[in-house]
Design a protein around this ligand. Structure first.
Ligand code: G6P
Length: 607
């Protein structure tokens, strides 16, 4: 959601910013722009639409400029027009600002600035920052920005240029992520690491309520009170190849096929297959005695959390509840030092999940972050962390991070239960044995792709698709429906199969596709009965099942997608895979933009 890039060094800045913006496209946006600074002052170019639409106009920027900022905007205040695209400037075009997030008190600030004579040219909340800095600037850009952001409410990340100080960029953060990168004689800033891969050799995440002044020689960090902040940078470990499509048509397809590795890597450090046990040393001294657990998360991460709720309640004798993070704060969760809260987030930056973490901590709970991004805000603000090792995920619609989340959550559940003594060593051994085989099973399962392409072709004209399942498969049905609606724009609903008669059955008409997740031993006969009911109404039954040859399945299903038989943590993971492929190929038949679906953002940093 919105992307910021910035560069100061000796190289021509325009191509660097343009490449950086292309690498941040996955975050979701609807306009883009760049401002650069040279001896003539600030020049900018911006427009509604895609980054590639900007390329022609970039020729109007001074090619020799070596300092600048760029932005992809996901519209919040004001439509995605050329005028509202960032960078925004002050009255005299001497200050340029790019901004992620929302300045919640922009209205009173704008009114005050207008009363003081400032002239606004956009509908954005961002523009108030340009005028505010203009009104506060007295030679020291860092100090003016510090005073300006201290007056702003909301969550934001900003990067600011001033033609009065042409050798520096000032950045600030509250809530929205910013990472500073360095190489010899050049300094970068971006919303996320992919924009820095192959360029910066070391990176450092800016903390909340911190500012930094970037020059070609390095950077200096202070907090919003003006105190110096020192923390070590770390070297960049990800490979630039990880942000290339590697021969696949889309990042999402590549990431679907990376799942054996993503899950394998996630499990590798957490299970010891030789002695069949689990290990999460980071938690050994971090977790108190607890009497209930909340899992908080959004989107796909919520579905993984819900799957964990089902898995954990079989082995942990305490109440467990997965709650959508944005609801968590509105409710009255029972929080005490005996509450364990697990915050699940791929990015580690989702604002609603971060706010739920803060709410939990205020209530005295112990918070464990389960994230894919080390050093992210949720990681930093939690008491302890468990990391997924899925690698960078570029496709907006999560795929490999979903299965990595369930894997990591599964192991976390085993760890908690073993520690509490509610799961025997032999039960742990059995589950670890199954997990060791999981990457191979994932590869086997993904081999169904050809037949799924045919099923997707039949499905892609549908108006509504239902996904029905029971037990731990219900969260997977929710995820199947979410994937389909996110990337194909077909209306889809996930429901517990037992609820079908309480509403969704009204949607079933001649040929309505209904996807069933049918697994041996999981309310099997009841799900079969629901299939009968759909069949009786001429619905089109698609059975994803580990019993593909069962006579009842052969009789009832119009399409069958086999899944390798498994139990425990592995089972929901394997059933998720065909659903991802089904959504992907349906979207391909419909010709939608799979990696950047309309209106969606990869990392949602506004509430
Ligand atoms: C956005 C993304 C989803 C993701 C959700 C939560 O909506 O489009 O794919 O599941 O945010 O993100 P998180 O980074 O917290 O897992």
């Amino acid at each position: 959601m919105c992307g910021i890039v910035g560069y100061v060094g000796a190289k021509q800045v325009v191509p660097i910013l343009f490449d950086g913006l292309k690498l941040l496209e996955y975050r979701g946006y609807d306009s883009a722009g760049i401002a650069v600074l040279d001896g003539e002052g600030i020049s900018r170019c911006r427009r509604a639409g895609k980054v590639r639409d900007l390329e022609q106009d970039l020729r109007s920027l001074p090619p020799a400029a070596t300092i600048g900022i760029g932005h992809t905007r996901w519209a919040t205040h004001g439509k995605p027009t050329n005028e509202n695209a960032h960078p925004q400037v002050d009255c005299h075009g001497k200050i340029a600002v790019v901004h992620n997030g929302i300045i919640e008190n922009y209205m009173p600030l704008r009114e005050q600035l207008m009363a003081d004579g400032h002239v606004f040219s956009s509908e954005t909340d961002t523009e108030v920052l340009a005028h505010l800095v203009e009104s506060l600037l007295d030679g020291d850009l860092l100090e003016a920005v510090r005073k300006a952001v201290a007056r702003a409410e909301g969550a934001f990340a900003v990067a600011i240029l001033s033609s009065d100080t042409p050798d520096r960029i000032v950045v600030a953060r509250r809530g929205s992520p910013l990472v500073i990168g360095q190489a010899e004689g050049e300094t970068y800033v971006a919303s996320d690491i992919p924009a820095l891969l192959g360029r910066a050799s070391s990176v450092q995440f800016l903390g909340d309520d911190e500012l930094a002044e970037l020059t070609a020689d390095g950077f200096r960090v202070i907090d919003f009170h003006g105190n110096e902040v020192r923390r070590p940078s770390r070297s960049v470990s990800a490979d630039p190849v990880s942000i290339q499509k590697g021969g696949y048509k889309h990042f999402m397809l590549k990431e679907i096929h990376e799942q054996a590795r993503a899950v394998g890597e996630t499990l590798r450090e957490k299970i010891d297959a030789s002695v069949q046990t689990v290990r999460l040393p980071s938690l050994d001294n971090a977790i108190p005695e607890f009497d209930h657990i909340y899992l908080v998360s959004c989107g796909t991460a919520f579905h993984a959390s819900l799957a964990a709720e089902y898995l954990w309640e079989q082995i942990l004798p305490v109440p467990i509840q997965a709650i959508i993070a944005s609801e968590f704060r509105l409710r009255s969760p029972a929080l005490s030092p005996r509450t364990l809260v697990v915050a699940v987030s791929q990015s580690g930056e989702t604002i609603d999940t971060l706010m739920a973490v803060r709410r939990a901590k205020d209530g005295g709970a112990c918070v464990i972050a389960l994230v894919n991004n080390e050093q992210s805000a949720i990681d930093r603000e939690s008491d302890a962390a468990v990391y997924m090792r899925a690698g960078i995920e570029i496709g907006v619609a999560a795929s490999k991070t979903f299965t990595a989340q369930i894997s990591a959550l599964g192991v976390l559940g085993l760890y908690l239960a073993a520690r509490r003594g509610t799961l025997s060593a032999s039960d742990v051994e059995q589950e670890v044995g199954r997990l060791a085989l999981l990457p191979g099973r994932i590869t086997e399962c993904l081999q169904q792709e050809e037949s799924i392409i045919q099923i997707a072709e039949r499905m892609h004209h549908a108006h509504d698709v239902l996904f029905l399942a029971r037990g731990v498969m219900f969260p997977i049905a929710l995820e199947g429906a979410l994937k389909l609606k996110e990337i194909s724009y077909i209306h889809a609903e996930g429901y517990p199969a037992g609820e079908m008669k309480h509403g969704p059955i009204a949607l079933i008409d001649e040929g309505t596709p209904v996807v069933f997740l049918l697994s041996d031993g999981l309310a099997y006969d009841k799900v079969l009965a629901n299939m009968e009911e759909v069949k009786a109404r001429n619905g089109h039954v698609i059975a994803i099942t580990d019993t593909p040859d069962a006579p009842a399945v052969l009789k009832l299903a119009d399409d069958i997608i086999p899944v390798p038989a498994s139990e425990g943590i592995s089972r929901p993971i394997l059933f998720a895979l065909p659903l991802q492929l089904l959504a992907y190929h349906t979207a391909i038949w419909r010709g939608t933009d799979v990696d950047q679906p309309r209106n969606l953002a990869k990392t949602v940093t506004v509430e």
